[in-house]
Write a protein that binds this ligand. Sequence first.
Ligand code: ARG
Length: 468
Amino acid sequence: MSENENNKSSNKMWGGRFGSGPDAIMEEINASIDFDKKLYAQDIEGSMAHAQMLADNGIISAEDREKIAHGLNTILSEIEDDTFQYSRALEDIHMNVEARLRDLIGPAAGRLHTARSRNDQVALDFRMWVRAELTKNVTHLEKLISAFVGLAEEHVDTVMPGFTHLQTAQPVTFGHHCMAYVEMFARDRTRMLDCIDRLNECPLGAAALAGTGFDTNRHQVAETLGFREPTRNSLDSVSDRDFALEFLSNASICATHMSRFAEELVIWSTPQFNFVRMSDSFSTGSSIMPQKKNPDAAELVRAKTGRINGANISLLTVMKGLPLAYSKDMQEDKEPVFDAAESLELAILALTGMVSDMHINKDAMRAAAGSGFSTATDLADWLVREAGLPFRDAHHVTGAAVAMAEERNIELHELSLEDLQGLNASITKEIFSVLTVDASVNSRKSYGGTAPEQVRKQIAHWQKHNWV
Ligand code: ARG
């Protein structure tokens, strides 16, 4: 044993059987206080509920509970006032709080840890933290969805090209495009609510892994902390982090949705597209090219997705090889979740700001909607409906019309009736009525289609929810 090690005293919380303290590097790798101090409020709330239950069941005295509660409240204020002294030697938030409690109230502090372990304590704190994040993001998503519904309402009749493969496909309305994102974010919202519902079981009282011999009341603690019920299996309680994985998966999916719209904004705000102008508050200029206005916020929303996906993979990888029950590996669950949560919240808020604040260039959208032979499908559909052609034949005739227009560098509606009749004799002048962008869009009245009357129905559906 080196002299260095001999000089260190063993950990005062668990060092009973240890002759000396940890090596400096051990302390460095072992301590989580630098990040898990984020859990302080949940840790204290959990301890309050636990102490109350211990006292109510005669496991500690009412007097000790009183002291514990008082001490915990003092610690809460110290942390919130930024006067609390965190110590790395005390590893994590749980032991930092408990050690301070001992300074404040003496030996009664040692009774708080009866019938629990840090394993169920951390499982509880982290669950409550994730639950709060999910709840917050549900509200953020409601605002984002409302912003999209508002934009859709303004633009039920605004036509734009609909794309597949980012090639002009068929004209759509911008309102319809916005409502597509409403559907996505509304599913993200319910995914968050489902996740809250599934994680809403209280792990405290599972103790280290096997439960406890003390006559505890886990239902009471669960109820005090706003859980539906206690977790049913003590081994599962301390060893799974699927609630965090589910949060991260939901975050990944939601971020992916946001990233797709962000990508569209990046493309649409180029001078070549000019469909949108981002507001000054969500763009930046270039220090060298004075003409530039860069869609930085949209780019960052797109990039945050990478971080969030990374967090998801990190935690999946940490968990995949762990035998039951707790292993210290699980301490690595927090940083990816904290980072992803911060990124997710920022991205939702930034996107909401951008959507509420951007200018839509209807003229550019309309001009683009009418180019690129966007009504070719309408021509083919007319041949099916009015001339009785099988769709495949109609497709062929339309292809020939597109080739002819392309060669002459004109749009489909600029071809003459004679030109069209040369391709198929049954064509009449009525065909021109379906070749305009508005006719095309108005005709797509199938349920969920892009016609303004359908988009209005979609909007009405969401406006029935009291949070829109
Ligand atoms: N800081 C630890 C964590 O985050 C708390 C649980 C420690 N449990 C233990 N048996 N060492 O996972």
